[in-house]
Design a protein around this ligand. Structure first.
Ligand SMILES: *[C@@H]1O[C@H](CO)[C@@H](O)[C@H](O)[C@H]1NC(C)=O
Ligand SMILES: *[C@@H]1O[C@H](CO)[C@@H](O)[C@H](O)[C@H]1NC(C)=O
Ligand SMILES: *[C@@H]1O[C@H](CO)[C@@H](O)[C@H](O)[C@H]1NC(C)=O
Ligand SMILES: *[C@@H]1O[C@H](CO)[C@@H](O)[C@H](O)[C@H]1NC(C)=O
Ligand SMILES: *[C@@H]1O[C@H](CO)[C@@H](O)[C@H](O)[C@H]1NC(C)=O
Ligand SMILES: *[C@@H]1O[C@H](CO)[C@@H](O)[C@H](O)[C@H]1NC(C)=O
Ligand SMILES: *[C@@H]1O[C@H](CO)[C@@H](O)[C@H](O)[C@H]1NC(C)=O
Length: 829
């Protein structure tokens, strides 16, 4: 239970904007936020997401759905609010979030990010810990704590309680005696563990809810059978495969001598290191390391590879090659999506699930962002494993070995925790497939009566030896232990129960049956609202005061999910013949898929913001599509300006129609009628020969009779993003009725294109591969790469491979990109 408080005083004689900008762990739920301004308190209200959005949109006339929460690095999300404060007045912000600390590798870790960005008059970090079993050790430090600051970190540990405080004065915060900069900038960690005397664990009962913490000590080692399934497709080429080699080297070195293992590599084929698991003896490990050091990426079919790994484990078990009581696992590492063969995600998942049948644990590591992470997550979950995203960064090898060390020692399997039926209900998950060394199993539930004499519980599990424990729980009165902290500890077990239940229901929503999913969603929503948790199903609406006479403004805080951190919209499009779109971080980016070829071409058009380009121009039907670029809001000096499309003009001469689309509005002029449409409504507009369908805040489909069908997608960028603006994407759904005279940057490809690509070779850029492409009688050097394609999966996009044509598409497009510049949004020249 973490409370962050910040009081800001405006000493100036004019009003000023004050920003409250904090980061919290992704695993936490925000449970309260309030602002106290001039004696008035504004408290955030947690509401069902859709309802919150409605209220929010009503309040905000501009209709922009900007959130208060956004992703911040791998583990954190950022919460920011800004308010206008009158002269000589102050504001107090208070944010509360709650999380269950996960024990990992033998310790709990509480991390707090502190970045005040200025000297703070009264700065303090205070933590109180109570552990009835006793505290084994406690460590507190900050990444910013210098030798001078170190003595200021106070730690007091008694048997069951710990207190940590850190209160540097303004002088102590200074980077130097005469500087105004602050040393306080980084993460503050508190790490500790509790004493574990009894194998059975510890049960805490407070106010009608119990929590059972199970983490037995001194269990014997259990040998494991492990198959590493590694993606070596082209997309892994370069740094990623190098980091994988490095990680494998470490992981192989950490295998226990009683373990058995093998490695499977896959691209469009499957290659075994050994077609049977081998014992992890020094000699075999050395051989494997040698093999791993030679792994190189080639030009992905991971489902097949996982199924082969399953077969292999079954075959070796059947031939008694694996030790008794050992546990089997598969670790899949991929950076792509399943492709050919079986098509639907459900079908793939059920094939894997049926093959594994609960006998093997599947861990999935997704490398980078060109993949459907959610798919891997569901597949891991359905097979009792975990998924983890590996960020493409210099420390990727460390991330891989870090993950491995968490799952490297499964000590128990089939762990069942049983409680008396008549004494408890609303139990959270209490059967677990694995218990890893250094972790912890937590179960919570409601105690149905006060007759705790009968609270006898039982734990059974398989390990090196099968175990069965029995114990009896007793209640503790936490109000006596921490009378002054009743607000935190008083109902902690009930809130912990709610936290766990919501997490488990949210997981069920991903992988359950249809009816179960609906029930899980409804239940998770009801609990989130009841306990005031900001979860992926709820949002918090914060009303903030406005200066002058304008009405109060509303803001909204959402819980981010993996998908939302990248792109936050979802619509379904039909597969077009040809398409093009722009990516968020790039310049106008064109993707061209040619007829039924699987190969895709990409190119960027780089020019100053404000340029209008002719995209489609059909002199026979009189159809014109032009697009105008916009630049970043602001740019760091010396860096490159990114441009995006911000405005499109679609004109159809015969229909006497003009449609102008910007990120703010849509203006349709037909005959003498002018209609203003808004992105904030679901609406269909019909005029003679034309239909325009708007999916609120997402997309717009323009269907023109007997000629063409286009889709424009709205990409809303976070409102306060320092650089990027909202921008638009353009897709062609149907162009086959356009005439053979159609031209334009995009139109010239509507009738197909012939090209041939030669062998891949090492590119100019060491991490990339080049090839020579023959097109329109010329030879171009193209670079093999990945792009995100939103055609089928508009929410996350799909990673597609494409041949990138350099220098503004030179050689691929007719003429140069300057030839496509037009003077006005509906002009043809
Ligand atoms: C506000 O402060 C500025 C300088 O800080 C000063 O010039 C001005 O007179 C002040 N105005 C009032 C109304 O006090
Ligand atoms: C949230 O915080 C405000 C102000 O501190 C408090 O009045 C309110 O009771 C809190 N709400 C909840 C649900 O804890
Ligand atoms: C479990 O981890 C601890 C260190 O956290 C280690 O000392 C112990 O040997 C491990 N037990 C097994 C069975 O691997
Ligand atoms: C692994 O190494 C050991 C000796 O180091 C050897 O006896 C064994 O045959 C090797 N292969 C397998 C499949 O275990
Ligand atoms: C897998 O598990 C199922 C049911 O738990 C069992 O019937 C089957 O024999 C197991 N298969 C193997 C190969 O262990
Ligand atoms: C879903 O909820 C309804 C109503 O509460 C209940 O009747 C039904 O059995 C539930 N279905 C499942 C699969 O849990
Ligand atoms: C495109 O890919 C599919 C599936 O991978 C394959 O069957 C087909 O032959 C490919 N087509 C071409 C033209 O390469």
């Amino acid at each position: 239970h973490t409370v962050m408080t910040s009081k800001v005083v405006n000493r100036a004689n004019t009003s000023q904007e004050v920003l409250f900008d904090v980061e919290l762990p992704k695993t936490a739920f925000i449970t309260n936020f309030s602002m106290s301004i001039e004696g008035k308190i504004y408290v955030g209200e947690v509401k069902e997401k859709e309802k919150a959005k409605e209220q929010f949109e009503k309040a905000v006339s501009r209709g922009q759905t900007a959130g208060l929460v956004r992703a911040s690095g791998r583990k954190m999300e950022k919460f920011s609010v800004s308010v206008n404060i009158a002269a000589h007045s102050d504001v107090t912000f208070m944010l509360t979030y709650e999380e269950l600390l996960q024990r990992q590798l033998g310790q709990y870790e509480l991390m707090t990010r502190v970045k005040p960005k200025q000297l703070v008059q009264n700065f303090e970090i205070i933590a109180d810990i109570y552990e009835p079993q006793g505290i084994a050790f406690l460590d507190a430090y900050g990444t910013f704590v210098t030798n001078e600051l170190l003595p200021l970190v106070e730690k007091t540990v008694t048997d069951t309680k710990a207190h940590v405080a850190f209160r540097p004065t303004v002088e102590q915060q200074r980077t130097c005696p005469t500087c105004d900069g602050t040393l306080i900038d980084g993460d503050f960690f508190i790490k500790y563990d509790v004493k574990r005397e009894k194998d059975i664990g510890n049960i805490q009962i407070v106010n009608g809810y119990f929590v059972h913490f199970f983490a037995p000590a001194d269990l014997p080692y259990v040998p494991k059978n492990i198959v590493f399934v590694i993606d070596i497709s082209w997309s892994m080429y370069g740094k990623k495969i190098a980091q994988t080699r490095e990680a494998l080297h470490t992981i192989l070195g950490d295998l226990h001598e009683d373990d058995h293992f093998t490695i499977i590599l896959f691209d469009d084929r499957i290659k075994y290191w050994k077609e049977s698991l081998v014992k992890a003896t020094e000699e075999n490990v050395t051989q494997a390391k040698d093999f791993a050091s030679k792994i190189v990426a080639r030009g992905s079919e991971y489902v097949e590879a996982v199924l082969k790994a399953v077969d292999l484990l079954y075959k070796d078990a059947a031939e008694n090659k694996l030790p008794d009581n050992s546990v089997s696992m598969i670790i899949l590492l991929t950076d792509g999506n399943p492709t050919s063969g079986v098509t639907s995600s459900e079908e793939i998942q059920s094939n894997v699930r049926n093959a594994i049948h609960g006998n093997i644990t599947l861990f999935c590591l997704g490398f980078g962002f060109n993949l459907k992470y959610n798919f891997l997550e569901v597949m891991a979950q359905e097979n009792h494993g975990l998924a983890r995203r590996i960020y493409e960064d210099s420390d990727a090898a460390l991330q891989l070995t870090g993950f491995y060390s968490e799952v490297a020692s499964p000590l128990l399997s089939k762990v069942h925790l049983n409680y008396p039926h008549n004494a408890v209900n609303r139990l959270t998950q209490h059967h677990f497939n694995q218990y890893f060394n250094g972790s912890e199993i937590v179960v919570a539930g409601q105690v149905s009566d006060d007759d705790l004499q009968n609270f006898i519980f039982e734990v059974s599990a398989q390990g090196m030896n099968d175990i069965k424990f029995q114990g009896q729980a007793s209640a503790e009165d936490w109000n006596i232990i921490f009378p002054e902290k009743e607000y935190i500890f008083g109902d902690f077990s009930e809130r912990l129960w709610a936290y766990l239940t919501i997490q488990q229901l949210l997981a069920k929503r991903e992988s359950g049956k249809v009816e179960e999913k609906a029930n899980a969603t409804a239940e998770a929503l009801a609990l989130s609202l009841h306990y005031n948790f900001v979860t992926p199903l709820t949002s918090m609406v914060v009303t903030k005061p406005q200066k002058d006479e304008t009405p109060e403004d509303a803001m909204i805080a959402d819980k981010l999910t993996e998908g939302l951190t990248i792109y936050g919209f979802s619509i379904t499009l039909k597969k077009p013949h040809q398409t093009f779109y722009f990516v968020m971080d790039g310049d106008p980016h064109f993707i061209i898929q040619v007829a039924d070829l699987n190969d895709t071409l990409c190119f960027n058009i780089d020019d100053v913001p404000g340029t209008i380009f002719s995209l489609v121009k059909d002199p026979l039907s009189g159809i014109v599509v032009n697009g105008q670029t916009i630049g970043d809001k602001k740019v760091d000096p010396g860096s490159k300006v990114h441009t995006y499309f911000g405005r499109f003009g679609i004109a159809h001469q015969k229909l006497n129609l003009k449609v102008e689309v910007t990120t703010q509005s849509i203006i349709v002029s037909q005959d003498r009628r002018k209609t203003l449409l808004s992105w904030s409504d679901n609406r269909t507009f019909r005029g003679p020969g034309v239909e325009i369908e708007i999916t609120k805040e997402r997309s717009l489909t323009v269907t023109m009779r007997d000629s063409a069908k286009f889709v424009i997608i709205l990409h809303r960028v976070w409102k306060k993003h320092p650089y990027h603006r909202d921008y638009l994407g353009f897709y062609t759904l149907d162009s086959h009725l356009l005439s053979s005279k159609v031209h334009g940057l995009l139109g010239q490809f509507y009738h197909g294109l012939q090209f041939k690509v030669g062998e891949l070779h090492e590119g100019k850029d060491a991490d990339k591969l080049d090839a020579t492409m023959t097109v329109k009688g010329q030879q171009l050097t193209v670079t093999w790469g990945w792009q995100r394609d939103f055609r089928r999966d508009v929410k996350y996009g799909e990673g597609v491979s494409c041949w990138f044509v350099h220098s503004n598409g030179t050689g691929l497009i007719d003429g140069t990109h300057h030839d496509y510049v037009v003077s006005e949004i509906f002009k043809t020249s």
